[in-house]
Design a protein around this ligand. Sequence first.
Ligand SMILES: Cc1cc2nc3c(=O)[nH]c(=O)nc-3n(C[C@H](O)[C@H](O)[C@H](O)COP(=O)(O)OP(=O)(O)OC[C@H]3O[C@@H](n4cnc5c(N)ncnc54)[C@H](O)[C@@H]3O)c2cc1C
Length: 364
Amino acid sequence: MTATVRIAGGGVSGLATAALLASQGVAVEVFDRHVGGGGRFHGGWQVLDNGLPPCDALDELASLGLTGRPPVIPVHRAVFLDPLGGRHQVASREPYTYFLRRGGVGSLDAWLRDQALAAGATLREGCEAPPDAQVVATGPRRADGVAREIVFSSDLADTVMVLFDPAVTPSGYAYLFCLEGHATFGVAQVRRLRSLAGARDVAWARFRRELGDFQVRDRRESGQFMTFSPPPTLRATDGRWYVGEAAGIQHFLFGLGIRFALRSASLVAEGVLGRWDQERYERELRRPMLASVAMRWGYERLGPRAFRRLCRMASTRDFRELLLRAQRPSVARRALARVVMAAWADRPGSRGPLGGWHRRREAA
Ligand SMILES: Cc1cc2nc3c(=O)[nH]c(=O)nc-3n(C[C@H](O)[C@H](O)[C@H](O)COP(=O)(O)OP(=O)(O)OC[C@H]3O[C@@H](n4cnc5c(N)ncnc54)[C@H](O)[C@@H]3O)c2cc1C
């Protein structure tokens, strides 16, 4: 292949696609409107899900062809808050997640950016992507879920706390992570999107009650959204490749899209090289995404007592083992997802460029 491959968007999926292609000798140009990688984010914590089958997340990154270890902090413990005022310690022998920062120095994005540059990719930062780029990695394009985040510095001890309360975040959850003095508080929902600002205030008050007084310095607040639209494939009829959330690749239960975005990058890099593998796409992305639809259906049916029972159960088991079991795709989960998707389907005209599925919006 001699022509330069142009990639629109230099977030997780665009930079990973660039690194993987450039390392195989392909000339690559990445365009991003921000400078430094991960421009959509402000250095807040996100998690690289380590409870997703079939293997450890860092081993998977290596098997995709990304070299070295990303800047992550393995985490084995968390505190879950239930809707009835309960507090539950969960723990796992192997890390159930790897925390990493998004945007700026020391972030996953900066690490991927270095990999892409080292492999020989050219970055065009601070500019709009050309409309005819062959790979589209521009992130979410429609709000199938929304989030508000506050990133700040704090004197808080290391804390990983998650609140599950359908009265506060209907269909979602709230979190406060503080590691090494950097903190991220957020609320995320996929229904009742307009209630997000109120949810932020109530969840913040609950964390304050649980954790006592702590400093909030250099506070940055932002609103964000997520697109979930499991597509039948990653190549549009006009021949362009879509990767990450631009393709609708997301985890519909908790919005943990990073691991899926990296998998999609590897699949698309292979596709650009003429080695598209539809069966691998079904196995590694589409089936786990459908499993997440089935889990979401169940999640939205839980009341306060059921959340308390689930939090209690999580505190008596190995939490990573529990996640691995819960997220394993199965024929039953796929069948349930198909029924749920048929019931929740939006009108066909609102589908993305790949013809994926979207959930119907609530009436305003
Ligand atoms: C608040 C929040 C918290 C999250 N927490 C987690 C988490 O804990 N764990 C997890 O796994 N996932 C999490 N996610 C989801 C995860 O961040 C995304 O799934 C992931 O970043 C998707 O990667 P991407 O490459 O598709 O998009 P992005 O990483 O968003 O990259 C898109 C890039 O495209 C650029 N761009 C867009 N349009 C243009 C254009 N026209 N021209 C040039 N550049 C353009 C943007 O500047 C951006 O850099 C979270 C999402 C949000 C909103």
